[in-house]
Write a protein that binds this ligand. Structure first.
Ligand code: ADP
Length: 667
């Protein structure tokens, strides 16, 4: 397994931020040679992640979690959640504010600590013991006073009995092992459409290797990669899931997916919810996943599973906390708490009132309420993701910057007021990547493996990539783009970058495909136009194996997204020493630090960043990268090494999620 180097994630967790020995923020290194190559750069705007926007109000010492469930002060556009919702949500006491107040200011950047330090509005709960790792550090024996005065020597006496030094008292917080159930529509590699699938796969293992019991509940799709499921067998034969006035019969299977314990729910009905040859793209998608969410909860209930935490993902499973608090809690399922992770706000599961009839939420007035599921823009519609935000005990998105952008910068696709209402239980945690798969030191798809101390191996991969794509073998840098050909990814800038890179004496490689035929056609047209160029190759399609060779062989990885919740491409690229050139949005802003303009220490700078979504913006960053490659190769090499030393494994996010679970779980 790959080594997990020291952490430099941008989210600070309450437990880790306070630890001694963490990296100092100030740069103690000698100044870098001045911006030698760039003229036009757009200086990055002041970085202001969500956490910094949160006021650090002093919370009352002990508080109840109705505040967590209902949110803090409501904004006029979104009335504060009613007491009803509060009572539907769990009663929890938050950790003592005193503990939070001892932490340094940087702690506030953790979603949990944000919530802990927010002013909350409810009555006190019974006193709770202070978690030991937030308690004062070890008690040392008092120092002996020192005197400079020289006394006449006294006759020797009986030595005084030696005082035993006060024993050092260490306060360790032993986090109990938790039972965690992830309910998700996708999991890599068996059912993968996007990054969500990788998160469920990677996070589950990270939680398990830390001693927690993790189970995953998924739909049983007909098009799953069954070759990755080990020992699939029926676990629960007769699960009847309420649906409209009746119930749908389901079978639940159990199997291992690379040591992850997975349950697959197979409904038997003429709706044929999950036997359609692909995962999404159907008119009744909202109903399909509302059913799945209900079925998953019914399964937990019937199988007598009472997890400490249920972790659900995106709009597809956002109804899980709604069902928990509207049905199952009343039936006695009082223990679980729910964390909802939102991977992309673009899709929210907006639907009509039929949903209520189907799922048994027989009180339209209650649910067509702006404090619950009513869509903020379509008064006759319900919004599943909104319901999840209202009912979940904690809501995360996949980077602190995206948390800020969605709540405060108009990127929430209409859910901004809801996020404001519930801001005390909202934060960002950067995704990790699986270093068993994405790691230049162990990658089985590349001809030569290499690490930060054997970086020459990268050039063999560069030759192999050129050979494979029939590019000229010359001294030029290779600029690459790998990604979905979706407008979100900044396709006009990708197109411009191809011509700009060629003009500046670089080569360009693109690997991508689009669900939209007209976009694929555009890129096919471009490919034909550039077909004769010995310095350019566009590969239209999805090819995971080729992507490994591109990550290893390219010099720069371009990610010019319009918006980017987290982005995995740049995280993988840095692991391969491929310098990212990115737009400063979402997770890109949290993980890539500009070589020339970042306020980070030099050794933490790992790429090039631009702000404005336009040609000069892109050129400012890509131009500097290409110039540096040609004119200051030693600096470029240092940048590659800095990139390779970044830790974007699941190590830190795993800790962050456990802190969140610990914060919300019933204690
Ligand atoms: P998103 O989830 O929005 O598509 P991410 O950057 O989070 O974008 O994740 C994309 C992942 O999918 C990256 O790891 C990238 O390498 C991979 N990928 C995207 N397109 C392709 C493709 N055409 N072929 C191979 N891998 C791809």
């Amino acid at each position: 397994m790959a080594k997990k180097p020291t952490n430099k994630s941008s989210t600070q967790s309450p437990k880790t931020a306070a630890k001694p020995g963490s990296k100092p923020e100030a740069d103690s290194r000698p100044a870098e040679p001045k911006k030698e190559e760039m003229a036009v750069a757009t200086a990055p705007e002041a970085r202001s992640p969500a956490s910094k926007k949160q006021p650090e109000a002093q919370a009352p010492a002990k508080q109840k979690a109705e505040a967590v469930a209902t949110g803090g002060a409501g904004k006029p556009s979104e009335p504060p959640a009613t007491q009803d919702v509060a009572s539907a949500a769990p009663r929890k006491s938050v950790e003592p504010a005193s503990a939070g107040q001892k932490a340094p200011a940087s702690r506030a950047s953790s979603p949990v600590s944000q919530a802990k330090t927010e002013k909350q509005t409810v009555a006190e709960s019974p006193a709770k013991p202070e978690p030991a790792d937030l308690a004062p550090p070890s008690v040392a024996a008092p120092a002996q006073p020192q005197s400079t005065h020289v006394e006449e020597p006294l006759p020797p006496e009986e030595p005084a009995p030696k005082e035993e030094p006060a024993p050092e008292v260490h306060h360790y917080y032993h986090r109990p092992n938790l039972f965690i159930v992830q309910i998700a529509p996708e999991m890599a590699p068996v059912a993968k459409v996007g990054g969500l699938a990788d998160v469920v796969f990677g996070l589950s293992r990270e939680l398990a290797i830390r001693g927690n019991h993790v189970e995953i509940v998924l739909p049983k799709y007909d098009n799953m990669r069954y070759d990755h499921i080990y020992n699939l067998q029926v676990d629960y034969q007769d699960l009847w899931v309420p649906w409209y006035e009746g119930a749908i019969h389901c079978t639940v299977y159990f199997g291992f997916v690379y040591d992850r314990r997975c349950f697959f729910i197979e409904p038997h009905s003429h709706d044929n919810f999950f036997n359609r040859g692909s995962i999404y793209g159907f008119q009744d998608d909202v109903m399909r996943y509302a059913f799945f969410s209900r079925a998953a909860m019914e399964f937990l209930w019937k199988a007598n599973k009472h997890p400490d935490v249920i972790h659900c993902h995106d709009w597809q499973t956002a109804m899980v906390p709604v069902f928990l608090y509207e049905f199952y809690q009343r039936m006695g399922m009082t223990h679980p708490r729910v964390c909802l992770t939102i991977h992309n706000y673009q899709h929210q599961g907006v639907t009509g009132g039929e949903l209520l009839r189907a799922t048994g939420l027989h009180d339209p007035e209650r649910f067509f309420d702006y404090n619950r599921l009513r869509d903020n823009h379509h008064p006759n519609a319900l919004n599943l993701l909104k319901g999840g935000i209202v009912y979940a005990n904690f809501v995360t998105t996949v980077s602190p910057r995206y948390a800020f952008e969605t709540k405060d910068q108009g990127q929430g696709f209409g859910l901004e007021p809801t996020l404001h209402t519930h801001h005390v239980k909202y934060g960002g945690v950067i995704n990790g990547i699986d270093y068993d798969v994405w790691n230049s030191e162990v990658d089985c798809y590349i001809p030569v493996r290499y690490g930060v101390d054997s970086i020459e191996g990268k050039y063999d991969n560069k030759r192999a990539l050129r050979h494979r794509l029939m590019l000229a073998d010359n001294e030029k840098p290779i600029v690459a783009f790998i990604g979905r050909l979706d407008p979100q990814k900044g396709l006009e800038l990708v197109r411009h970058a191809i011509f700009y890179a060629l003009e500046r004496g670089a080569q360009f490689v693109l690997l991508g495909s689009s669900p939209y035929q007209h976009i694929n056609n555009d890129f096919w047209g471009l490919k034909h136009m550039l077909n004769d160029s010995p310095d350019c190759h566009l590969e239209i399609g999805f090819n995971e194996e080729l992507s490994h060779l591109i990550y290893a062989g390219a010099d720069m990885m371009l990610v010019p997204s319009r918006f980017e919740p987290c982005g995995l491409t740049q995280l993988v690229a840095v692991r391969y020493g491929t310098v990212p050139v990115v737009r400063s949005v979402g997770g890109l802003a949290d993980t890539v630090f500009d070589k020339d303009y970042s306020d980070r220490p030099l050794y933490e700078r790992n790429g090039y960043v631009f702000d404005h979504y336009d040609h000069p913006g892109l050129e400012s960053a890509l131009g500097r990268a290409i110039s540096c490659y040609f004119e200051y190769p030693d600096h470029f090499r240092e940048l590659m090494k800095n990139a390779m030393r970044c830790d974007y494994s699941w190590n830190r996010p795993g800790e962050d999620y456990l802190n969140i679970y610990d914060y919300i779980r019933e204690k």
